[in-house]
Design a protein around this ligand. Structure first.
Ligand code: PLP
Length: 399
């Protein structure tokens, strides 16, 4: 073959979470006993209300293009949700757009805001796609590590990283992969720093319904309402309503940025699937769904407690107890460069993850995918039996 791929693509790392999940599935299909702690999605079913709305969309032939931003009924439901849940007002017509997953809206946000050479600050460990999305548009990712600060962004370090090229700060709260939930005072300081330096905050709050120990998370814009025009909220139905396969994300922000996202999306996918839009409307508007979301949160909370208890029983294993999402980020430094039970010595998290999958049938995601080498991410979005069996395998491997 004679053609060359673009330089842009050649510099892009593939999504490691997807790769590990695919490898675990492949081994399972071969008949191996696999426990996968790789899932980035709730293992619950989509609420019935969403399914009913999707069927209704089909029956009533709601199967054509919608406007790019999505059906106004859905955008109104999102506006209502933000009003009831966060006490924040957004204009459904001008300040909300829906798209094919939060991932697409994040990509569009980079496309609309990042000029080559612009610096975008992110806190590591960070979700896999931010870094690659920034680079795709010629931006420069500036990574601030949070491990020494218990995985909470340090506002002083943020202030030091800002210069005249800085354009955006990315926040992901609750956090993937650490499960950290940021304290109010930290959020407030970050919003004030953004205001002072005129920086945009991309506020990825896709896990906002999955918080343990505290029920209510004051929104960054309730803490610093003056920052409203600088904050672009990214959310979606994937994690809150166990609807990852439907592909529906949304963004709320000032008219200028939403208009720009619309323009870009108009050349990308246009609207997301009309049937998906209707399903999301069911999830967001039918009162029966709220208790189901709460039941899912309570179940995740139990699993978190179980996973934390079992991890605490493994000597020398370090991790920060998660307060949100469904992940635990584990430091494996104490297990590198020394002989483990299989007689092998590991120097990095990637080989470690490959071998534990091959030898023990346990799927984990290497921390380097989240810009934090020598760590692994566990997802406890699986049954309690799988958590118990997976932790047993991990303990044996680390012995
Ligand atoms: C932090 C974070 N943001 C965004 C997404 C994308 O979600 P979706 O595209 O399914 O809405 C994910 C999915 O794993 C995530 O973990």
């Amino acid at each position: 073959m004679t053609f060359e791929l673009s330089e842009r693509l050649k510099q892009m790392a593939p999504s490691a979470t997807m790769a590990m999940a695919a490898k675990a599935k492949e081994l399972k299909a071969q008949g191996r006993s696999i426990i996968s702690f790789t899932a980035g999605e709730p293992n619950f079913n989509t609420p019935d209300a969403a399914k009913r709305y999707a069927v209704k969309a089909l029956d009533e032939n709601f199967t054509h293009y919608t406007v790019t931003a999505g059906a106004i009924e859905l955008r109104e439901a999102i506006a209502n949700y933000y009003l009831n849940h966060f006490d924040l007002k957004y204009n459904a017509n001008k300040e909300i757009i829906t798209g094919t997953g939060a991932k697409q809206l994040l990509f569009e946000a980079m496309g609309c805001l990042v000029n080559p050479g612009d610096e975008v600050i992110l806190f590591a460990p960070a979700w896999v796609s931010y870094y690659e999305q920034i680079k795709l548009f010629g931006g420069v990712p500036v990574v601030i590590d949070t491990e020494a600060d218990n995985y909470i962004p340090n506002p002083d370090k943020l202030e030091q990283a800002i210069n005249n090229k800085t354009k955006i700060i990315i926040l992901n709260n609750p956090n993937n992969p650490t499960g950290a939930v940021y304290p109010h005072e930290v959020l407030e300081k970050i919003a004030r720093i953004a205001l002072k330096h005129n920086l945009i905050i991309i506020n990825d709050e896709i896990y906002e319904r999955l918080i343990y120990g505290v029920n209510y998370l004051p929104h960054i814009l309730k803490l610093v309402p003056e920052a409203r025009d600088l904050v672009l909220n990214i959310n979606g139905v994937s994690k809150s309503y166990a609807m990852t396969g439907w592909r529906l994300g949304y963004a709320l922000g000032c008219e200028k940025i939403i208009k720009a996202l619309n323009a870009l999306q108009g050349h990308l996918t246009s609207n997301t699937s009309s049937i998906t839009q209707w399903a999301a409307l069911g999830a967001l508007s039918e009162p029966e769904v709220e208790p189901q979301v709460e039941a899912m949160r309570v179940e995740f909370s139990k699993r978190r407690d179980l996973a934390v208890k079992l991890l605490n029983e493994i000597p020398d294993l370090k991790f920060a107890e998660p307060k949100g999402a469904f992940y635990i980020f584990i430091d494996i430094n104490n297990f590198l460069n020394k002989k483990l039970a299989n007689g092998k010595i590991y120097q990095d998290d990637v080989t470690f993850c490959n071998d534990i999958l091959e030898e023990k049938g346990l799927g984990l995601v290497p921390g380097s995918a989240f810009l934090s080498a020598n760590h692994v991410r566990i997802s406890y979005s699986c049954s309690e039996d799988d958590i118990i069996e997976g932790m047993k395998r991990l303990k044996e491997f680390l012995a």
